[in-house]
Design a protein around this ligand. Structure first.
Ligand code: PLP
Length: 368
């Protein structure tokens, strides 16, 4: 299979798999136990925490391991408390659902431009108008489009005004350097070559964190439950590998992405890449197909040809609603259903890219 859906999830890196097997075999103890087996497990946990802290520019004690980004986003929203919450229009469904579940959060949506980004001056004006917000939420890189938001600038602007900022860095981490330190930073292992079911909430400014899950005092009482050591070990190893490879990989993947994009645009009159001129991830193509072609039909044909890509966001594919993200960027309902997302990653090579470029025009012709 040619897997070009790395924004949905990434295949496990060899290093992560090896660390997971090693943890299953050699660190099966309970990190809370006072004996040798416990200490061995604790050492693995501490090491992963240090690696993650380094990635995020934080200290190890500012990292809370969670079951993934969904939980970490919920926990950050829970921790920031009730009141006014300003939310960029392109956030992940986990953010909207977590806010909907709490009627004491008064949500105000921050619009984005055709480039998928909020305007920092507008955010500042909104923050300064009326009651001080309990939280501002802006995702770093969008899972559907790959478009980046000005999170470094926003972090500085919110810090100056002492307004807590939550940044979902799930798609950014592992692909771009984390050169910003918001109050709440969320990452997940399975988008950077680690396993599913583990993520982290990082608080580089020591913002308050409240537990969502109460238990035996793990994670300094902030996340109860015996730690999933093999998953955390895999997370740590994936992060360590990404820290070594990232710059080179970003360069390699972007060259492949650009090659694919140029071929597709040359071969598909009427197609366009969403946000092409705007800052975006090196691995993502959000391709608007020519009129009269449904993305879903094309994705199905590609699947039968052994190529995995997706329509809109994998997190809610299967629904027939136009994407909230694309709609916020000004696309009409008809256009939303014409968008195919191709996302490259560590397993991608030039043969795969050229195969997609060769197969797609035919898949489109048949889908018409
Ligand atoms: N945020 C973004 C931007 C995502 O792409 C995803 C993944 O689907 C999530 C959050 C949720 O992550 P997890 O699967 O770890 O809960």
């Amino acid at each position: 299979m040619i897997y070009l859906d790395h924004n949905a999830t990434t295949p496990l890196l060899d290093e992560a798999k090896a660390a997971m097997v090693a943890a299953l075999e050699g660190a099966w103890g309970n990190p809370s136990s006072a004996h040798k087996a416990g200490r061995q497990a604790r050492a693995v946990l501490d090491e992963a925490r240090r690696t993650l802290a380094e990635l995020a520019g934080a200290r190890p004690e500012q990292v809370v391991f969670t079951s993934g980004a969904t939980e970490a986003l919920n926990q950050a929203i829970h921790s920031a408390g009730p009141g006014r919450v300003l939310v960029s229009a392109v956030e992940h469904p986990a953010v909207w659902a977590a806010l909907e579940a709490r009627p004491d959060r008064r949500v105000e949506v921050l619009p984005v431009g055709a480039d998928g980004a909020v305007d920092v001056a507008h955010v500042v004006a909104e923050v300064e108008r009326g009651e001080a917000p309990a939280l501002v939420i802006v995702m770093a890189a969008n899972n559907e489009t790959g478009l980046l938001q000005p999170v470094a600038e926003l972090t500085r602007a919110m810090r100056e005004r002492e307004v807590p900022l939550l940044v979902d860095a799930v798609q950014w981490a592992g692909r771009l350097p984390i050169d910003f330190a918001p109050d709440y930073l969320v990452v997940t292992a399975h988008k950077l070559g680690g396993p599913k079911g583990v993520g982290a909430l990082v608080t580089p400014t020591d913002a308050p964190v409240l537990p969502l899950i109460f238990g035996g005092g793990q994670e300094r009482g902030l996340r109860g439950g015996t730690e999933p050591l093999p998953a955390i070990a895999g997370f740590g190893a994936a992060v360590a590998q990404v820290r070594v490879d990232r710059a080179h990989e970003a360069h390699r993947v972007q060259a492949l992405r650009d090659r694919l994009e140029e071929t597709l645009l040359a071969e598909l009159p009427g197609a366009r890449v969403i946000g092409r001129g705007a800052p975006r991830l090196p691995n993502t193509i959000s391709l608007l197909l020519p009129e009269g072609v449904e993305a879903e039909a094309v994705v199905g044909r590609l699947d039968r040809a052994g190529i995995a890509v997706s329509t809109g966001s994998a997190c809610h594919s299967g629904t027939l609603k136009p994407s909230r993200v694309l709609t916020a960027m000004g696309l009409g309902p008809d256009e939303c259903f014409r968008v195919v997302r191709v996302s490259l990653g560590h397993t991608t090579d030039v043969v795969e890219i050229d195969r997609l470029a060769a197969v797609l025009p035919d898949a489109i012709a048949r889908a018409r």
